[in-house]
Design a protein around this ligand. Structure first.
Ligand code: SAM
Length: 305
């Protein structure tokens, strides 16, 4: 059972009574707010504060250390894009690794691909898994797929132990680089990802916002260009409840059979195992290609690295 040590409402009504405001040093001077109908869970794990509340217009919301991780209303935009941008860019993905992703949403999306035979996940915080299964069953449904093996631990250590060339695809669904996910944005981790991928294997990582974190993105792109000798790309999607209303992804491939991320060779539209029960809400092949089109201010930085 989880220690449901309740802590003070650190993040509730810190600005507007009855509203959650996402105040963080990662986006100074701005804060997205959501009206809180009811706090459903507050706990403190070994790694972070975990909170769930019922919002009035975005369904239930998962918060880690005061930062919005997902809402029921718009999580599809993130989970579908971070998963299908890599998996639809290679033929027949079989072995997939998810780092982070404790809510289970990425697992739900990986499970749509019938070619996939093995889905490993390494999530550091069991409290996130348990809370997601309890409060977000339509997201945590991903854990029910028989191909899934869940490892509770640090993704940095997990990757170090993975034999060379094991995976076709690795998806790094991490929180932001303050807290337990900090090392998931650093060069040694990217090197261990490249080693764990087969030639022509692909990685997709949560890569912040071009409006807020161009400097972080610049460093990540520079590291990726040194490490991933196939191709290095940045794509983005719109998520209303993420800071600046959008979030991006690094899409890279290792040296080997070339990967053209911008033109899906393995369209999910056709082969989707869940198309009846839970059709795609956001991703489609046209949007896949469009996701790599960047505003000029971002293109200038990313293409120049
Ligand atoms: N979509 C969200 C976003 O873009 O910020 C991320 C969602 S998911 C909840 C992020 C997960 O990464 C959390 O469950 C967190 O516990 C996990 N995590 C953070 N650091 C980690 C690490 N070093 N190894 C494995 N999982 C980690």
């Amino acid at each position: 059972a989880m220690e449901m040590e309740t802590n003070s409402n650190d993040y509730i009504s810190s600005v507007i009574p009855g509203w959650f405001s996402e105040i963080s040093p990662m986006w100074p001077g701005e804060a997205h707010s959501l009206k809180v109908e009811k706090i459903l869970f507050q706990g403190k794990s070994d790694y972070q504060n975990v909170m769930v509340f019922q919002s009035s217009t975005y369904g239930k919301v998962l918060i880690l250390d005061g930062v919005i991780q997902l809402t029921e209303r718009d999580e599809c935009a993130y989970q579908e894009m971070i998963t299908h941008l890599p998996l639809c860019s290679i033929a027949n993905p079989k072995k997939v690794l998810v780092i982070g992703g404790g809510d289970g949403g990425v697992l739900r999306e990986v499970a749509r691909h019938s070619s996939v035979e093995q889905i490993d996940m390494c999530e550091i915080d069991k409290m996130v898994v348990d809370v997601s299964k309890k409060f977000f069953p339509d997201v945590a449904v991903g854990y029910e797929d028989p191909r899934v093996t869940l490892h509770i631990g640090d993704g940095v250590a997990f990757l170090k132990a993975v034999p060379e060339g094991t995976y076709d695809a690795i998806i790094v669904d991490s929180s932001d680089p303050i807290g337990p996910a900090q090392e998931l944005f650093e060069k040694p981790f990217f090197e261990s990802v490249a080693k764990a991928l087969r030639p022509g294997g692909v990685v997709s990582t949560q890569a912040e916002s071009i409006w807020l974190h161009m400097n972080i993105i610049e460093d990540i792109v520079a590291n990726c260009r040194q490490i991933f000798k196939g191709s290095v790309n940045y794509a983005w999607t719109t998520v209303p409840t993420y800071p600046s209303g959008m979030i991006g992804f690094m899409l890279c491939s290792t040296e080997g059979p070339p990967v053209d991320f911008k033109h899906p060779v393995n369209p999910i539209d056709a082969d989707d195992k869940q198309s009846k029960s839970n059709p795609l809400k956001f991703y489609n092949s046209e949007l896949h290609t469009a996701a790599f089109c960047l505003p000029s201010f971002a293109k200038k930085v990313i293409d120049s690295k």
